[in-house]
Design a protein around this ligand. Sequence first.
Ligand code: ADP
Ligand code: MG
Length: 371
Amino acid sequence: MSLPADVAVSLIGVAKSYGDVEVLQPFDLQIAEGEFVVLLGPSGCGKSTILKMIAGLEEVSDGEIHVAGELVNYVRPRDRNVAMVFQNYALYPHMTVRQNIAFPLRMARRPRLRRPDIDERTAEAAEIVELTDYLERKPAQLSGGQRQRVALARAIVRQPAAFLMDEPLSNLDALLRADMRTSLLDVHSRISKTTLYVTHDQVEAMTMADRVVVVNEGRIQQVGKPRELYTAPANTFVAQFIGSPRMSLHKTTVRGDCTLPFGGASLVTGADIRLEPGVSVTVGARPSAFRVTDATHACFAGRVGRRDYLGSDSYLEVELEDGPQVIVRAEADSPLGSGDLVHVVAESGAFHVFDESGARICRASVRSREQ
Ligand code: ADP
Ligand code: MG
């Protein structure tokens, strides 16, 4: 099978089972040259397995993997043109930073490199990750972030077709993680190396990725740009996995006039969508689509339950008429609290409508308040 020249990594019909247990359903995924793609999903969904199959650390049960145009299914891990960066750094404690970075080049057999070339490439990689001043230190004399940069330099030095990164920042504390996100992106913008990056952290995925691949229970749920996942989630899983606080979801049934009853109001879809009367659907809206208002002719009325203060905003849990609970963003210094009666407006197109299988159908807006 021939592939476009700008595809760096291609998975075609790849699947994985351990014995009778299917951990990855057959899927296709193409990663373009220079692209930063993030695999995002909860623990155990199969992210690491995808990376390991590309690296050759696990065999595929089915399908083909191509790296830089070469079918690599039968190529040994060390001969695949990819470099893996792990979360536990895997540095050699007795070696200096320089020796750690140079190690893959000293071990390389095809082609065998001369000492001056090794030194030059080591210095270049150290420069890219800003470790030039630390080359003579041992790993124990470095901070967590610096160690992670050594691990990254050790991948860079090999000049692979792609980097494979498995939760590389999850051992770092929150502040350092944010710094390292920036420096990883910095490195990426300097060397534009194709990267497949695994995380369970949606913030990491949303801030770093050109495209995100959302995985759940061994199935790819959606592939898209961060903004697409947020504004047009393919299904209820993606809708709730992306965005914080979570989108709340509620079941409702399409009325005879094709509107949707929700919290004492009627929701309508665009004219191009016709929902079948009597069909049950799930409706959801993000907290950022709601606003508390003084106007008594607002879309909804409800009672405040819990309130979460997050510094820049507060989030109110509001129980609407007829029962649905929604999360509403409010000012940080809003005086509202548990038990207060509030009026809430929803922006146009605030609601997403999902079918019974959870697949997204369309957006909906509030039409009118019921009498
Ligand atoms: P993630 O990286 O998304 O947390 P993994 O790819 O590590 O998930 O694992 C996916 C699934 O495959 C999990 O349910 C895990 O228990 C299972 N699994 C991983 N490795 C093995 C193995 N060697 N034998 C059997 N099951 C495995
Ligand atoms: Mg994993």
